[in-house]
Design a protein around this ligand. Structure first.
Ligand SMILES: Cc1ncc(COP(=O)(O)O)c(C=O)c1O
Length: 450
């Protein structure tokens, strides 16, 4: 490693950071993380903190997951790469495919299509949804529906169904044929409805209205996160996703569950769809499938969709889509070890229990700091605080305060993530009760310092 003077001097001078203004990265150089162990990360100055971000919602098993590291090292030695485009395969993708078939059997998903990450998984699902209808002779079904506030990565397809202007405006025009309905976001919504169940019904009515307006026979799929994540951790009422499922079924629209952050235990259930008792037609996964140690993902496909593709005799189901790194053997080996370890540790139960502890601790902070307008969570280890400059009017916070809070919390022992007005917490699922206390104490001292 280069010495710390060099790293600090060169920081952000030769690279642009994702999701950052290049000038801001120069003026406020990012924290340089150099080591990690368990649930903690250390920076170039040796300052160690609990990682309340969990990498980026992906390091579910922490930073010292030896089975995944060993699987990657061994696989690099044995077969560092081979493609699985038509005509070739590798042993790892086959073994992983069987494993994923078992893991996702309760969701009714029986085939995997491998990708290199979340945005790739979203792109894949959107494409397969259109192709599904074409195979069935319903060429007119090309449009997509999604939720405002939803996050689906940054490929053009994903950005087009994305529900946040920050990821759209600079890159417009986006893909035509994408339409958004209100999110079941109780704190702010166009209906001024504060009751989650009534709000869910209103959003479902808006969905039905949009389908009637567009014409059901023009819509290929609806994509949604079971719990909206990057948009500020927005758990819907329990009636919402089942309601979406029902409406999609009534109109022949495929339901794509974007579970890039919710699959593999984060919500306290093995998948977000299962959390709500819903079986999607396609499911996007990535991130925690390799514990974040290797870029990898899988789109899982429901049995009835599989039947349409595999039963095609006209060549329409030939898949003209895929990535050089679809089914990378090192990623697949990492995923085999990761899924095995995820199940062995049964991390979903720890996520549920400690998620509750974290959520209750955040509610205590709400009692003490007026700057917290809303506390969201209660479904595993995904929580958020929405900051306001005035609680009574919900006036949004300025841009600087969340960044100051993040810095102060970091000094006090926890890496947190701020995204606009939201503090987002998505720690590793192997967190301990003491780690939760450390995160809460760091946040408290951060708020006190403002
Ligand atoms: C729900 C969801 N979908 C898609 C993505 C995009 O994944 P990636 O950043 O791996 O491309 C993310 C990333 O956070 C996500 O949260």
């Amino acid at each position: 490693m280069k010495d710390s003077n060099y790293l600090k001097e060169r920081n952000a001078k030769s690279i642009w950071h994702p999701m950052a203004h290049p000038a801001d990265s120069l003026n406020n150089p990012p924290t340089i993380v150099t080591e990690a162990e368990g649930t903690r990360i250390s920076d170039v100055d040796g300052h160690q903190v609990v990682d309340a971000v969990g990498g980026l919602w992906n390091v579910n098993l922490g930073y010292s997951c030896e089975p995944v590291k060993a699987a990657i090292a061994n696989q690099l030695d044995r077969l560092p790469y081979y493609s699985i485009f038509r005509g070739t395969s590798n042993d790892c993708v086959i073994e992983l495919g069987d494993m994923l078939q078992d893991f996702f059997a309760p969701d009714g998903l029986t085939r995997a299509f491998y990708t290199s990450g979340g945005s790739d998984s979203v792109e894949t699902a959107l494409r397969l949804a259109r192709q599904y209808h074409k195979i069935k002779g319903q060429e007119s079904r090309t449009k997509y529906l999604s939720l405002k506030k939803g996050y689906h990565g940054t490929h053009f397809g994903g950005a087009s169904v994305n529900g946040n202007a920050n990821f759209r405006t600079a890159y417009e025009p986006l893909m035509p044929g994408c339409f958004h309905i209100p999110a079941p976001y109780t704190y702010r919504n166009p209906f001024n409805e504060t009751d989650p169940e009534r709000l869910a019904q209103l959003c479902l009515q808006a969905l039905e209205d949009e389908i009637a307006f567009q014409g059901a026979n023009t819509i290929a799929a609806l994509i949604m996160e079971p719990i909206l994540g990057a948009g500020g951790v927005i758990p819907p009422h329990e009636s919402f996703m089942p309601g979406v499922r029902k409406i999609c079924d009534q109109h022949g629209i495929l339901l794509i569950a974007d579970e890039v952050i919710t699959a593999f235990g984060r919500t306290g259930s093995w998948t977000g769809s299962r959390h709500w008792g819903v079986k999607p037609d396609l499911m996007c996964t990535a991130k925690a499938i390799t514990n974040g140690y290797f870029p990898f993902g899988a789109v899982m496909i429901a049995d009835h969709v599989v039947e349409v593709f595999e039963g095609d005799t006209e060549g329409k189901a030939a898949i003209g889509h895929g990535y050089t790194y679809s089914g990378h053997p090192v990623g697949a080996a990492a995923a085999i070890a990761c899924v095995t370890e995820t199940l062995r540790l049964n991390v979903k139960d720890n996520a549920a229990a400690l998620g509750q502890q974290l959520f209750e601790g955040l509610q205590k902070l709400y009692d003490d700091f007026d700057m917290i307008g809303d506390v969201r969570g209660g479904h595993g280890l995904m929580c958020a605080l929405e900051l306001v400059s005035e609680r009574a009017t919900k006036k949004p916070i300025d841009k600087v305060t969340p960044v100051k809070l993040q810095k102060a919390a970091y000094e006090s022992g926890a890496m947190i993530r701020v995204s606009g007005p939201n503090v987002i917490l998505s720690p590793p699922l192997v967190l301990t009760a003491e780690d939760v206390d450390t995160i809460l104490a760091a946040l408290r001292s951060g708020f006190q310092s403002l």
